[in-house]
Design a protein around this ligand. Structure first.
Ligand SMILES: [Zn+2]
Ligand SMILES: [Zn+2]
Length: 442
């Protein structure tokens, strides 16, 4: 029998395993986890709109000084060099590393600004209760671009550059580095404070048409548990459930094209993995950095750079670079290949592990850009004329291709297919599952 639900009950589907989930509103600071795969599907933040507005204003005020003021000065051999973030990118451009320059420019400068201004505009409009159709479009762009902005990776790059040069030159810090650190802290806090559900619902409620899906229409009884089996599609951007008759059309809430599963997920993920494998070889075998010392060039590969840190006793830094530059790309390629090629066993335990592995792969990808950021800083901060100078070398371009293609591979992979292959769960249930776990998040 189907019981009448009160208006506080929400329905959604898990974006990682497609399980239909019903939940009642949680207290602020708590999250709802998918009872099947553990994915965080809903999170409640107190005063999210006001806090987002305040943080994004602060972020925007800090942005210009963080990007344009000098970060630090390196002094050595009577020479001194200071640099800001923009100069470190221009240096790649001047040396014909166009792809690397574009990738650093987008991930460290352009996307962070687009995200900050976008979320400022949205939260300011929602705070003043002014709604326009453009809000959904802007928030959709925000959700798409979020993982491509990498200011926190750049900050780690700054730290590693400082540790690397600590023994060989005098380092002076400038206001830029403090503004940039503050900007990173604000960006990180912002991503945890935005109550995505609330934002989407507020944007949606302002729209003229607001159809609520009713599960009472569906036959209960031997109902399967995935959204797809119930004839529903989850929007991958705003997480709205729509009837599957809308497949191939735009989401009624955010406009993103709806698909029951990501189209051509297997073939495009395989294609991107093969691309990464092809470029992984030159990225690791060719030199990524050239140090000219007294006119004599010394080229080093990624691995040489890591060995250098171990020789100098900086084990932690050596390990971080090793993890970011070698372990992460290899792990992503091997991990996605395993996810794509293993269909059995179908035990829920293994499916859960595989879904967890997918989430980890999607999370760590961006940290591979670390070495590129370090080289961008070194090449502009260490330019002491004839004595010593540091330049990027060809592997930098190939490495950027590896990072981008593995990140795209994680985006095109659809973890729900792993659950589909194994069919519906043995225990068919009549109603959407209530979450079994709540997690305190703050
Ligand atoms: Zn799930
Ligand atoms: Zn949507």
């Amino acid at each position: 029998m189907h019981s009448q639900r009160d208006s506080h009950t929400s329905f959604t589907a898990c974006s990682d395993c497609d399980l239909l989930v019903s939940f009642t509103e949680v207290k602020a600071g708590y999250s709802v986890l998918c009872p099947r795969c553990g994915k965080k599907i809903h999170k409640k933040t107190k005063d999210s709109i006001a806090k987002t507005l305040a943080l994004s204003v602060t972020g925007l005020l800090l942005y210009l000084p963080a990007i344009t003021l000098p970060l630090m000065t390196f002094k050595s051999f009577g020479f001194s060099d200071s640099a800001n973030i923009l100069e470190s990118i221009l240096n790649f451009y001047r040396n014909d590393y166009y792809l690397v320059a574009v990738m650093v420019l987008l991930s460290a400068v352009v996307f962070p600004l687009v995200l900050l201004s976008g979320i400022f505009f949205i939260s300011q409009q929602l705070y003043r209760k002014r709604y326009s159709p453009s809000l959904a479009k802007i928030f959709r762009i925000y959700e798409h671009l979020e993982e491509w902005a990498m200011v926190e990776v750049y900050l780690l790059g700054i730290m590693i550059t400082v540790i690397k040069m600590n023994g060989t030159s005098d380092i002076q810090y400038h206001p830029g580095i403090f503004c940039f650190t503050a900007l990173v802290l604000i960006t990180l806090t912002l991503s945890t404070i935005i109550d995505r559900d609330l934002f989407w619902k507020t944007i949606e409620n302002s729209a003229a048409e607001n159809k609520k899906l009713s599960f009472a229409d569906n036959d209960a009884g031997t109902a399967p548990i995935s959204a797809a089996a119930r004839g529903l599609i989850l929007c991958r951007i705003c997480h709205l459930l729509s009837p599957s008759t809308l497949a191939g059309k735009g989401c009624p809430r955010c406009g993103e094209r709806l698909h029951v599963r990501k189209p051509m997920s297997f073939s495009s993920t395989w294609a991107l993995i093969i691309t990464s494998v092809i470029f992984l070889a030159p990225a690791n075998l060719l030199p990524i950095m050239r140090v000219d010392f007294l006119g004599i060039p010394d080229r080093s590969t990624i691995l040489d750079g890591i060995i250098y840190f171990f020789h100098n006793g900086s084990y932690l830094i050596g390990l971080i670079i090793f993890a970011a530059s070698i372990l992460v790309p290899v792990f992503k390629i091997v991990g996605l290949a395993i996810l794509l090629s293993t269909r059995r066993p179908c035990k829920e335990h293994f499916l859960k592990q595989k879904t967890r592995m997918y989430r980890f792969i999607a999370f760590v990808g961006r940290w591979s850009m670390l070495d590129i950021f370090v080289i961008s800083l070194l090449s502009v901060l260490v330019d002491f004329g004839f004595f010593t100078s540091i330049h990027a070398a060809p592997a930098a371009t190939y490495f950027c291709i590896v990072v981008a293609s593995t990140m795209f591979a994680a985006i095109t992979f659809d973890p729900r297919i792993m659950w589909d292959i194994c069919g519906p769960c043995d225990t068919a249930i009549a109603d959407p599952e209530p979450p079994t776990s709540f997690e305190k998040t703050s």
